[in-house]
Design a protein around this ligand. Structure first.
Ligand code: C2E
Ligand code: CA
Ligand code: CA
Length: 565
């Protein structure tokens, strides 16, 4: 390591493929010791002083090993994470004494954070158990307070110390500033982990130089997130960002790395500092990715959004248990045959106090906290029930498309779950269409490709949602064999004013025809838009012009009236 400290040791007992992935994720931070056959997991333990062990619970001696943990004093101080392929195995491993588990396929960022959190927690517990130290009296250079990569304060230490600083200087006005790099993930994907790490260390060193420790302080929260607490009259945020860019450019990495900052002017020193950080982060999120605007100040409107988000998180589990979610169906019209050829299922939340909450508000929250996986599965099942019922009542099937949020791709049993639904409701895969948003491609192109392939092999039609809204549309098309492109609404919005939008749509239609893909255009609201689109050869249309998303009974009536015409 650049600071001369030796890297701690990590034991990895996993399949060859798993070892390779985990090594990629951890080798910058740890000296990785691998065991290939899991033969004797105890031997490496007694020879080495490990900081953490990751163990495939399918290895012959793994269960016994994890069981022994509870009784062995020496080993029980080491966190052991079970490597599993499904939640049941994870739960079982924890029952047997594993500290936590990691689920395949390993998501680099989540895996890294999870391990880091657990190791830190163990370290604190070990210290407390052995030396009876009080956390508040820890030496400021103690490694528990400092982030090991950057040498800046970690989250807890930063929050404690910033609170103390502000409380002892009540006549001084402070900023809490949150820094974040655009596209850091891409940097980590494109280059070696060490490149990402050197960016973080360079930024940390710059912060250390800029902030006089007698007046302010800096912290490294996680990944590419930094925070600073500094008197308002001691900083010019714009200059600070320029300097930071300069320091990073000196590393000569062939990728445009830009820092963004969100600034919370502290007006209530009694607010917990991590909430101040959240507010600064909220301001940051407004402008991240915007080249013209590199920093922004927090305002109270953002707080409203946060409160709303908190309400959503607080109530979501109960909402699912109490049936507050329902699906609406929006028809997709075939203009040529003048018929409803399919529908899209869109989730609705009827909150007992707040009334109908828009998916635009709660979906992004669910995507951040992972709850989307549960609601998506709920929607898929509701859709299957609908298709089944419709077939029983009318003898006909209208295929329905469902949204498959990108987080689902990290669940190994995704395909199994979908096939299970088909079996349960006695349906066929062509009846359930899967909409995948274009932006999922940038997360993990290879994985997405293989999932789409597997879906199609099972006969599920795959739709590329919001096509044209991302950066990688064309590049992606080359690699992703989808059945339908759903053209993003933004094109339709601009169709009437912008010649460019018209040309692009025309090009998309041509391309789709060439590649043998279907096109659905969504967001069509007016006759004029429809006429433009039909002149371009677009005939599958979803939009308010024909119908808004409808409650299931209304949708059924619409289908019926259309057929009786
Ligand atoms: P999306 O998948 O692009 O869905 C289309 C959205 O456009 C829907 O908004 C629909 O009501 C709206 N829309 C359709 N036609 C028109 C039109 O002519 N004009 C206008 N202005 N809007 C139109 P909705 O239902 O509010 O959903 C918003 C987004 O929330 C969806 O965008 C999707 O990303 C997400 N979402 C909704 N339901 C689910 C779900 O069950 N699972 C997941 N993962 N995401 C969902
Ligand atoms: Ca959709
Ligand atoms: Ca869409």
């Amino acid at each position: 390591m650049a600071d001369g400290r030796e890297r701690p040791k990590m034991l990895i007992a996993d399949t060859e493929d798993g070892r390779r992935q985990l090594k990629n994720i951890f080798e910058a931070e740890y000296q990785v010791v691998e065991t290939k056959d899991g033969g004797d997991l105890f031997a490496p333990m007694s020879e080495n002083k490990f900081e953490v062990a990751l163990i495939d619970i399918k290895f012959p001696h793994a269960r016994e090993f994890v069981m022994r943990l509870k009784s062995d004093d020496h080993i029980s101080e080491i966190p052991v994470l079970a490597l599993v392929s499904n939640l049941d195995d994870g739960a079982q491993a924890m029952n047997n004494g594993a500290t936590d588990f990691l689920m395949r396929p390993y998501h680099p960022l989540i895996t890294r954070h999870r391990v880091r959190n657990i190791v830190d927690k163990f370290m604190v517990e070990r210290l407390l158990a052995h030396s009876h130290v009080d956390l508040a009296t820890l030496d400021p250079h103690n490694h528990v307070e400092l982030d090991r990569l950057t040498g800046l304060y970690n989250r807890d230490a930063f929050c404690q110390r910033a609170a103390a600083l502000m409380q002892t200087n009540l006549d001084q006005k402070y900023y809490i500033i949150y820094f974040d790099i655009s596209c850091f993930k891409a940097v980590n994907d494109l280059f070696h982990v060490e490149t990402g790490n050197s960016i973080l260390r360079t930024a940390a060193n710059y912060f250390k130089r800029q902030v006089d420790p007698s007046v302010g302080l800096c912290g490294h929260l996680e990944a590419d997130h930094f925070v600073m607490c500094i008197p308002q009259n001691k900083i010019n945020v714009g200059n600070m960002l320029d300097g930071l860019d300069g320091a990073i450019q000196a590393l000569d990495i062939s990728h445009n790395i830009l820092f963004y900052a969100g600034v919370y002017p502290v007006n209530n020193v009694d607010l917990p500092v991590d909430q101040m950080c959240d507010r600064a982060n909220m301001a940051l999120k407004k402008i991240k990715g915007n080249y013209m605007n590199r920093y922004a100040y927090y305002d109270d409107g953002m707080r409203e959004v946060m409160l709303q988000d908190q309400m959503i998180v607080r109530d979501m589990e109960a909402a699912l248990a109490q049936n507050q979610f329902a699906i609406f169906l929006q028809p997709v019209y075939n203009v040529k045959t003048d018929s409803i050829e399919s529908a899209e299922a869109l989730i609705r939340w009827f909150h007992p106090i707040n009334g109908m909450v828009s998916p635009g508000k709660f979906i992004p929250v669910f995507e951040r906290n992972g709850f989307i996986v549960k609601t998506d599965r709920f929607v898929w099942e509701e859709v299957c029930k609908f298709i089944r019922q419709q077939r029983e009542e009318t003898g006909q099937v209208i295929p329905v498309s469902v949204n498959v949020s990108r987080l689902n791709f990290y669940n190994l049993d995704l395909l199994e779950f979908l096939l299970g639904l088909l079996e349960k409701y006695d349906l066929e895969s062509w009846m359930l269409k899967l909409e995948i948003t274009e932006s999922a491609y940038t997360d993990n192109p290879h994985q997405l490709m293989s999932i789409i392939k597997a879906f199609r092999e099972e006969g599920f039609p795959v739709l590329m949602d919001d096509f044209g809204s991302g950066y990688s549309s064309l590049n992606m098309l080359k690699n992703l064999p989808v059945d339908v492109l759903k053209v993003d609404m933004a094109f339709v919005r601009e169709l009437e004013e912008s010649e460019r939008a018209y040309m692009i749509l025309k090009f998309i239609m041509m391309l789709a025809r060439e590649l043998g893909m279907d096109v659905i255009v969504e967001g069509v609201e007016t006759k004029k838009q429809l006429d433009y689109l039909t002149s371009l050869g677009a005939d599958k249309i979803q939009g308010y012009y024909f119908s808004r998303p409808l409650p299931v009974p209304d949708f059924k009536k619409l289908v019926e009236s259309k057929q009786n015409k």
